[in-house]
Design a binder for this molecule. Structure first.
Ligand code: ADP
Ligand code: ZN
Ligand code: ZN
Length: 733
């Protein structure tokens, strides 16, 4: 590549990667009136009869195998947008995930850079607090709206004023007023410049010290460290110390978190402790703001980027390490478009850049544990909490033949009552929003289902409607059973709506706060709920998955988990792995503060060996046991899997199409092909869904075969069946 760059003045052929599936790059000529574009910079090129596309230059050469080349229309960047290592990452990722180089590049590029013009990136100011709350409270006694904006910024900053429009339609103006009063300040990019690192002054625990020393050994070279530490064992402290060491060497750090909601928390924890410039990057930011973070990271103007999945593609000037927090989290796997895993790409990137990568989790994924088992990853264990609090105690609550009061047993209710009476907070966790699980007829067994999806409908009481959670289609509630005409139609099972209603009846004096997609739709609602919780008064929090991740509720002493039994009937061999991770993570929310925590799991199967092996021992031994089974059954992580997923309105044609693909695949002896099979959810939004599951001991062979499959032209596809390959799928559905 360096050679090619030196040749720029002589080479006339520009290799351009475009967002098209059929070629890694296309060749274009360069007219004499244009200066040669840099490799990694963007150009505007013609395609077909009258299309103009933005492309990225991936090579400059003297000759092309094609005789006539179309000329480049315009050069959009005079400096590379993507540096050599980022291009290398994207090239290898494209190969691995079976897409074209251009498709991969355009998945990585922030939307701003995909546009055909090259206007300068607009400046949006970011506001951040610079005064203490008490100072602000005194100064803003007669300006409650300004105080509200100040407080919001204190919790969530730095923010653009448009992110506060739900507080005030004149947030921008209010921010300028606060700035005039020297209570807040603005920056042009999404970062905080800190120069007052705070030192909590604690000594590392023995575990922390050992882990840190191990990581330090691999300075400036590639090594994967699994930081396997229970909740509260001080993983974040290790991240912070590592980042500080990087900053001393003028190196940058990339910190990945699984979801947007967790970025402010980690951002603030780190920013208080370092002298440097930090930026947040996620899909909630404006196009311009994301482009600016790229721009700054590539020029070395920001030291730490805290980002969700897509941040793995950010170009850095001098990257020193990548930290992946909650590495087991499924959010790292993109589930639409190119199905890449940001965690896996973090490892690949660290290898390209020759830097250490840290994968942190209290419940490492089986993939990662397998690498730790065979010594490819350094396994660093943190097994005690820094505050020496005992782990919460656990109780399985048998629900079989028990009378449930809106989803909870009498015993669960009295335990909740005693925790509330002690002045503590309680979390009831379940992964089902709405009122009920389903609507059934007691006479004939009819169950209400969505017409467009293979799914039961959920009753939502406040709407008095049935809703499909997969396509959001709504249905009115039938008065009679549509199948037998009986009136014995009733809801069954409990969702968050019902549980919350039941708790409100039981504990009329206590606040019940619900966190799910129906009740928390805006940041303001999040905020309002959080304030109730943070007030410190006893309350019951009812929530879905939204709450299972990192969010810290220090006053929780009891966690109740409801409705997890479905996992025992799942067709997915990973269901128990995910359930174990969920239960351990949710349990970890209890008793982080002074009080000893308690966890209750309501289940119909308290005798299930799953619970025995997870809770009588621990996550690690549970995982080892399950890994042995996976090895015997020849499943990942001991084999390599890919799923060819198709969807189409006509089931028969879809089946035929996948059968043709399967016939082609079966010629390779090393690959076992299962299917065509209906997907676990056979129909979604009127489209039938089928799949081929490919499993092989040989990753290379599998990928080569898939490559052939994608490029073979003989398969009949005239009905425009939608299909794609999912490499290393994390779910069978
Ligand atoms: P994790 O990320 O593993 O859940 P944290 O890093 O958040 O754990 O640490 C939990 C708490 O312990 C934090 O409040 C942190 O400030 C504190 N802490 C971390 N390391 C130490 C230490 N060595 N001594 C005392 N407190 C510590
Ligand atoms: Zn009926
Ligand atoms: Zn539906």
């Amino acid at each position: 590549m360096i050679q090619a760059m030196q040749e720029t003045t002589h080479s006339q052929v520009v290799q351009v990667a475009l967002k098209v599936p059929f070629a890694a790059h296309l060749d274009y000529s360069l007219n004499h009136d244009l200066t040669a574009p840099p490799i990694g910079g963007r150009v505007l090129v013609p395609l077909g009869k009258n299309k103009q596309l933005v492309g990225v230059v991936v090579g400059l050469v003297a000759e092309s195998e094609f005789k006539t080349l179309k000329p480049i229309i315009a050069v959009l960047d005079t400096e590379p947008l993507l540096n050599a290592t980022t291009l290398q990452l994207l090239r290898l990722a494209a190969k691995y995930y079976q897409v074209s180089f251009g498709e991969m590049i355009f998945t990585a590029l922030p939307a701003w850079f995909r546009k055909t013009n090259n206007r300068p990136i607009p400046i949006h100011y970011w506001w951040q607090v610079v005064a203490d709350l008490e100072v602000a409270q005194t100064a803003l006694k007669v300006a409650p709206k300004q105080l509200e904006v100040f407080e919001y910024l204190m919790l969530h900053g730095p923010l653009q004023s448009k992110a506060m429009s739900h507080i005030s339609s004149t947030a921008a103006q209010i921010c300028r007023q606060l700035q005039d009063k020297a209570l807040i300040t603005s920056t042009e990019v999404c970062f905080v410049e800190t120069d007052q690192a705070f030192d909590p002054g604690f000594k590392l625990t023995a575990d922390q010290d050992r882990a840190l020393k191990q990581i330090q050994k691999s300075k400036d070279q590639f090594e994967v460290h699994l930081l396997d530490g229970i909740t509260g064992s001080g993983k974040t402290e290790i991240y912070i110390r590592l980042i500080n060491e990087l900053l001393e060497k003028q190196q940058q750090a990339l910190v990945l978190v699984p979801e947007i909601g967790l970025t402010p928390q980690l951002f603030q924890e780190i920013s208080q402790r370092i002298n440097g410039q930090m930026a947040i990057l996620h899909s909630g930011l404006s196009d311009g703001a994301r482009a600016r973070v790229w721009h700054h990271a590539a020029r070395g103007l920001v030291d730490v980027v805290v980002s969700t999945r897509s941040g793995i593609f950010t170009p850095f000037k001098n990257l020193g390490s990548i930290l992946v927090d909650e590495e087991h989290d499924l959010s790292y796997k993109q589930q639409e478009g190119i199905r890449y895993s940001a965690r896996d790409l973090a490892v690949l990137r660290a290898k390209i850049e020759q830097v250490p990568v840290i994968l942190g989790s209290a419940t490492p994924s089986f993939e990662t544990l397998n690498h730790a088992n065979n010594g490819r990853y350094q396994w660093l264990k943190l097994r005690s909490r820094t505050n020496h609090n005992p782990m919460p105690s656990l109780r399985l609550q048998n629900t079989q033949s028990k009378q449930l009061v809106k989803g909870l047993t009498q015993q669960t209710l009295s335990t909740i009552e005693s925790h509330l009476a002690d002045g503590h907070q309680v979390l009831v966790f379940l992964n089902r929003r709405g009122w009920s699980q389903k609507l059934i007829c007691h006479e004939c067994g009819w169950v209400a289902e969505c017409d467009d999806c293979d799914a039961y409908l959920t009753y939502h009481k406040h709407l008095d409607l049935l809703k499909c959670h997969h396509c959001e289609r709504r249905y009115s509630l039938p008065e009679f059973c549509p199948s037998c005409g009986s009136q014995a139609v009733e809801t069954m099972g409990a969702g968050t709506e019902k549980i919350a209603a039941g708790l409100m009846e039981q504990f009329a004096e206590t606040a019940v706060v619900r966190f799910d997609r129906d009740s928390v739709k805006t940041p303001a609602q999040w905020q309002k709920n959080l304030e109730t919780v943070r007030s410190g008064k006893p309350c019951v929090i009812v929530g879905t998955q939204m709450l299972s991740k990192g969010h810290d509720f220090p006053l929780l002493s009891l966690v109740v988990v409801v409705n997890v039994d479905n996992s025992f009937f799942s067709a997915d061999f990973r269901a128990t792995e995910y359930l174990a991770q969920l239960l351990v993570q949710v349990s970890g929310r209890a008793g982080r503060a002074k009080t000893k925590g308690e966890v209750i799991i309501q289940t119909q199967f308290p005798e299930h060996e799953f619970f025995q092996s997870l809770f009588q021992e621990n996550y690690e031994s549970f995982a080892q046991q399950q890994l042995t089974e996976r090895a015997e059954m020849r499943f990942p992580p001991y084999t390599y899997m890919a799923i060819v997923r198709g969807q189409f309105r006509d089931e028969r044609l879809l089946d035929q199409f996948l059968q043709q693909l399967a016939d082609g695949l079966e010629q390779n002896q090393d690959i076992s092909v299962l299917g065509p099979l209906p997907a676990p959810m056979q129909k979604r939004q009127k489209l039938f869904r089928m799949q081929l599951i490919l499993n092989s001991n040989d990753r290379k062979g599998l990928h080569q075969t898939l490559h052939l499959l994608k490029t073979q032209k003989t398969v009949e596809n005239k009905h425009h069946i939608q299909w794609f390959v999912d490499i290393d799928p994390v779910s069978l559905d």
